[in-house]
Structure formats: C-alpha cells, structure tokens
Design a protein around this ligand. Structure first.
Ligand code: PSU
Ligand code: MN
Length: 316
C-alpha cells in the first residue's frame, strides 16, 4: 500500500498551495516511497556552501536507499514539495529567509516571502502531501530555563497532532532533554530509539536517559506507524537514531561547548526563535567546525533510516 494520499482527498485550496517537483510528482503517481526533508537546517542550521552540499548529499542517500526525497520550503507563495537544484541553491544562499514553524507558515505563503520549514512546518506540509516519513537532524524541544522563558518548540505540539514519523538524532543537549521527554510523553508521542537503549543526544550517542522504547529494524518501525494509523489523526512517531560512532562528539566533551554557547546567548539577550541558530553557529566556531562534520553525518544517517522505513511502509 502506498503511503501517499491522492490530492483529491484535500480541500481544493490546500491542494492548490502545494507544488510538487517532477520527481516527487512521478513518485506519487507510481506509489513509490517518499521521504520528506526540512529546509531550516539549510537556511539556519548550517553555513553556505556546506548547507547546499549536504542537502544534495542527503537527497542522494535517500535515492540510493530506494526512496524519493522531497525537500520542503515555501517559495513564491506556495509550499514546494521537492526542490530542484536551482531552488536549492536559491534557498541556500538567500538572506532574509523566514524560519517557518507552525505560526509562520501561512505568513510566508500569504506574503510571498521565501520561507524554510522547521520540523513542525515540514510535518504539516508532508501530511498535506500525503508523505508519512520525514528525516531531520535534531528536533526542537524544551529549552533549558523554560520554567522562566516558556521556550518550548512548536515541534513538540506538532508531533502530538500530525501523523508523520520524524527520524532525528535525538534532542540537542542544549535543550533540557528530560523535560523534552516529559512533554512528549504527556502529549502522547511514542519515542523510539533505534538500536540503542538510551535516548541519543544529537552530537552524542548517549544522554544518560533511558529511552521509552527501542526498536532494531525499519520493518518494526513501519509496523508501529501502521498501528498508530489505526487511531486516525493521532499524531506522529519520533524515532531517535544515534549518530554513527565514528562521527560522535562524546557528551562530556560537548557539555563545555554547549554551556559556553548558551551563556553567550544569554549575555547578548538572544531570545525566541533566534536562540537555536545562534547557539549552533557559536558551537560550530567553538568546536572548530567539528560539530558540523557530526551534524552532516547524523543527518545522512537519519535519511538512510527514514528511506528504509518508507520502503518498508510501502511494501506492507
Ligand atoms: N536542530 C538542528 N538544526 C536546526 C534545527 C534544529 O540541529 O536547524 C531547526 C529545526 O528545523 C527545528 C527547529 O525544527 O530548529 C526548532 O526551532 P524552534 O526551537 O525555534 O522551534
Ligand atoms: Mn523556541
């Protein structure tokens, strides 16, 4: 059974907002497995030119694993499902691209401003497009100090409401991972670590926190997604896939860089949606580029697992 829905299942206005690349349109028509990809990682998560190179590499990884990549962004007032090379370059080099989460997506569409999509907005778009599996680097979560700042990513709410499986490398240790897991549990989101017992922490394979669940194959994850579908639009599934060992920066080493970057963000009064991009850029400097090498390795690793899940879903 194909994981994509016919466009005719959508309200007319929603269908008219989506613009599919030729590759994704063909994949939909033929019922091939498709993996959605976000674009905030391109515009706000990595520097140029590594951002565009990585985006292309990740797409190639998905094709090599037997699925079709669909990078999602907003361009010229429409949600683009699948970007060609020209669009990717345009997005990767543009300045002033809106970082679109749930609250921002309709603004970018209505104003015609270019927008990249976060995990939350990519889930919304993927669901509209009938794509059930999505690969990213790290999800947003509960920020450290959220008890005073109230900074909790809309990604968590979206996971609780939108039926898309998100494959990530865990939550970044610049977030409060225990609180992030608590919120996911409260909102009813299954968190499944892939092949490990602990929840991975993005740059590091370990967090010291036991994972709520563990699965060891893409087929098992596909069965979980199918079982979740029984309940209708009951939200997503979060798969936490640890960074490959050879690319890992161990937790103890990472903690110093993270604390220094958060302290600097505090000192400069950085707040809200600019916190994550600022902290990521500073960690890149503090680690002399090593954090980016790790980031690229983990995104590629997630793309391969997401493709395997999409293939397993299509075959089931
Ligand atoms: N983690 C990364 N790179 C990123 C992001 C997270 O390593 O670029 C982005 C993702 O798009 C994620 C978003 O959905 O940051 C979360 O932002 P916020 O906390 O403002 O919701
Ligand atoms: Mn936030």
């Amino acid at each position: 059974m194909s994981a994509t829905l016919p466009l005719s299942a959508l309200p007319v206005d929603a269908a008219g907002l989506l613009q599919f690349s030729r590759e994704v349109a063909e994949a939909r028509a033929q019922g091939q497995p498709i993996v959605a990809l976000e674009s905030t990682i391109i515009t706000h998560g990595m520097p140029f030119p590594q951002n565009v190179e990585t985006a292309r590499q990740v797409e190639a990884d998905i094709r090599a694993a037997g699925a079709v990549p669909a990078t999602i962004a907003v361009l010229d007032g429409r949600i683009r499902i699948g970007l060609d090379d020209v669009d990717l370059d345009r997005l990767g080099q543009a300045t002033g691209v809106m970082k679109c989460s749930r609250a921002d997506l309709a603004i970018a569409i209505a104003t015609g401003r270019p927008g990249s999509t976060t995990v939350a907005a990519t889930m919304m778009a993927a669901h509209l497009a009938g794509i059930a599996v999505f690969a990213t680097g790290g999800i947003g979560g509960v920020h450290k100090g959220a008890e005073t700042s109230f900074d909790v990513s809309a990604d968590l709410d979206e996971l609780s409401r939108t039926p898309v499986c998100v494959v990530c490398a865990g939550a970044k240790a610049l977030l409060d991972i225990p609180k992030t897991l608590e919120v996911l549990e409260t909102r009813g989101v299954p968190v499944v670590s892939y092949g490990v017992d602990e929840v991975p922490a993005f740059w590091s394979r370990t967090s010291g926190l036991p994972s709520p669940y563990r699965m060891d194959s893409a087929e098992d994850l596909a069965r979980l997604i199918r079982a979740r579908q029984i309940f209708g639009d009951h939200g997503g599934v979060l798969v936490a896939n640890p960074v490959p060992t050879e690319a890992e920066i161990p937790q103890a080493e990472m903690a110093g860089f993270i604390n220094a970057a958060i302290a600097e963000a505090d000192r400069r009064g950085i707040r809200g949606k600019t916190v994550t991009p600022f902290v990521l850029a500073l960690i890149f400097e503090l680690t002399k580029g090593r954090s980016l090498v790790t980031n690229i390795a983990l995104v590629r690793n997630n793309a391969r697992l997401a493709a395997a899940i999409a293939v397993a879903l299509t075959g089931s």
